[in-house]
Design a protein around this ligand. Structure first.
Ligand SMILES: [Zn+2]
Length: 466
């Protein structure tokens, strides 16, 4: 059974979903004002690993991710670029998903934009108001944290007294008019020149925290199974989400809080000034592959800090190449009919060891060790000719099981039939006609990779094998 560390209880717990065989999961998504960096992608790929492992265990997963498409930075940058909020954030939302999917992540079941959920946010603030958790000041609405007994239960931060010095200010949504420095804003009064929504709360825009309460509860219900985010979100963001949600509904908000630890780069906190700040695209430009980046980001257990180095990435590059090569050779091996029981047994034990490791709070490092040992043992069986036809099928099926979770092996290249090649060429022509150059380039690269040479002749497109 899957056990997972729950930040709320500060314990490793057995995962017991609210409804049998189903898992609802909310992941705090990107703030779309720039390209996401690899620290962001560590969290999002961990969420992908968790969703894939839940599916591996047989759960029907409903994974929801939000897009934060309004905040101070977004407003400032969209004004600088002379674009509307929607146009500006659409650019970076599209880039984000291009990168996320290139990194081998599956699509969440729902992707929700904050600015599409203003009425839901206002609804929660109205409920909080009715329950006595809010106050208004200079046109903004705040959450008064000392009205919520459970405040601090996630982050274990102790709050005593109401007076906090300036050095202890904790909320990026800083407003002068708060009664208590730790109270946080639910609804911000409109400032001149900024976009605003006209609502029952007045002209303004939502604070950051309220969006996640609104969208998660809308998609998954007032109590749901799993909430994922980076460890930097525990306080104040997730603490505030709990206060808002439970303050409004009176019900427990989330059963399992799961956080991915920080990513360090070359032993230091990633920062633009240190020159160790990388987006996914920076690394691709340096010649690294998406699969190697994915491998490296998933290779350490999520509850440990990961030190990302270019040397480590070069190592990951050869690791994923070796795994792909291994799968390729196994695909091509031409075994005799029959089976060798010891091999089927080895595959079974490897899968068991893999599952035990993942069940143990998603111990990715140990699970990958099981994959590598499996590859080593299979290689030596291939070398000795022990693999028979039934073993080959079982071994390939085992790789598929591993890869349904990690997605690091890549496709084995197979000889294509002439008709399949012609079908791809026809698809490429069709793609070019509708100016889908991304797809047409992808097909060209695929064909080139298989040693197919395309020639444009006056009679149309011809092809030959190299
Ligand atoms: Zn959030």
């Amino acid at each position: 059974m899957l056990k997972i560390y729950n930040t709320l209880s500060n314990q490793i717990e057995e995962f017991k979903p609210l409804e049998p065989n189903k898992a609802g999961m909310y992941v705090c998504g990107p703030t779309v004002h720039d390209f996401a960096h690899i620290g962001n992608f560590r969290t999002f790929l961990f969420a992908d690993l968790l969703r894939r492992y839940l599916k591996f265990k047989g759960y029907a997963v409903h994974h929801v991710m939000n897009i934060t498409d309004v905040d101070d930075k977004i407003i400032r940058k969209s004004v600088e670029r002379g674009k509307s909020l929607r146009d500006y954030t659409t650019i970076y939302t599209d880039y984000f998903f291009e990168d996320l999917y290139a990194l081998g992540a599956e699509a969440p079941e729902e992707i929700l934009r904050a600015t599409d959920h203003i009425p839901e946010m206002v609804g929660i603030v109205k409920r909080l108001e009715a329950n006595g958790h809010t106050y208004e000041s200079e046109g903004s609405t705040y959450f008064r944290i000392n009205t919520f007994d459970g405040y601090g239960k996630l982050s274990k931060v102790k709050f005593e007294g109401n007076v906090v010095g300036a050095s202890e200010r904790v909320d990026s949504d800083e407003y002068e008019a708060k009664e208590n420095a730790r109270d946080f804003v639910l609804w911000k009064a409109a400032k001149p020149g900024e976009p605003f929504w006209e609502t029952e709360l007045g002209k303004g825009r939502p604070g950051w925290h309220i969006e996640c309460s609104a969208m998660s509860m809308k998609a998954l219900g007032e109590t749901f199974d799993i909430h994922v985010g980076g460890v930097d979100l525990v306080f104040p963001h997730h603490e505030n989400e709990i206060a808002q949600s439970e303050g409004a509904t009176g019900k427990p908000f989330v059963k399992y809080w799961v956080h991915a630890e920080f990513l360090m780069v070359e032993g230091q906190k990633m920062s633009k000034s240190l020159g160790n700040y990388y987006t996914y695209r920076d690394l691709v430009e340096k010649g690294y592959s998406a699969r190697a980046i994915r491998y490296l980001l998933l290779s350490a257990p999520h509850h440990k800090q990961l030190n990302f180095t270019l040397e480590g990435l070069r190592g990951a590059e050869s690791t994923v190449a070796r795994l792909n090569d291994f799968k390729q050779r196994l695909t091509e091996v031409q075994p005799e009919e029959g089976s060798t029981p010891a091999i089927a047994r080895m595959a079974e034990l490897s899968l068991k060891r893999f599952e035990d490791a993942m069940d143990d709070d998603l111990n990715a490092a140990e699970a990958l060790a099981a994959v590598h040992d499996f590859a080593r043992e299979t290689n030596s069986s291939m070398a000795s000719g022990a693999i028979k036809s039934e073993d080959k099928a079982a071994l390939l099926a085992t790789i598929d099981r591993f890869d349904s979770v990690f997605n690091i092996f890549g496709e084995a290249k197979k000889e294509m039939l002439d008709s399949e090649i012609q079908a791809l060429i026809d698809e490429r022509q069709a793609a070019r006609k509708v100016k889908n150059f991304a797809r047409s380039d992808e097909i060209r690269d695929q064909l080139t990779g298989m040693g197919i040479i395309l020639e444009d002749t006056k009679d149309g497109m011809r092809w030959r094998r190299k």
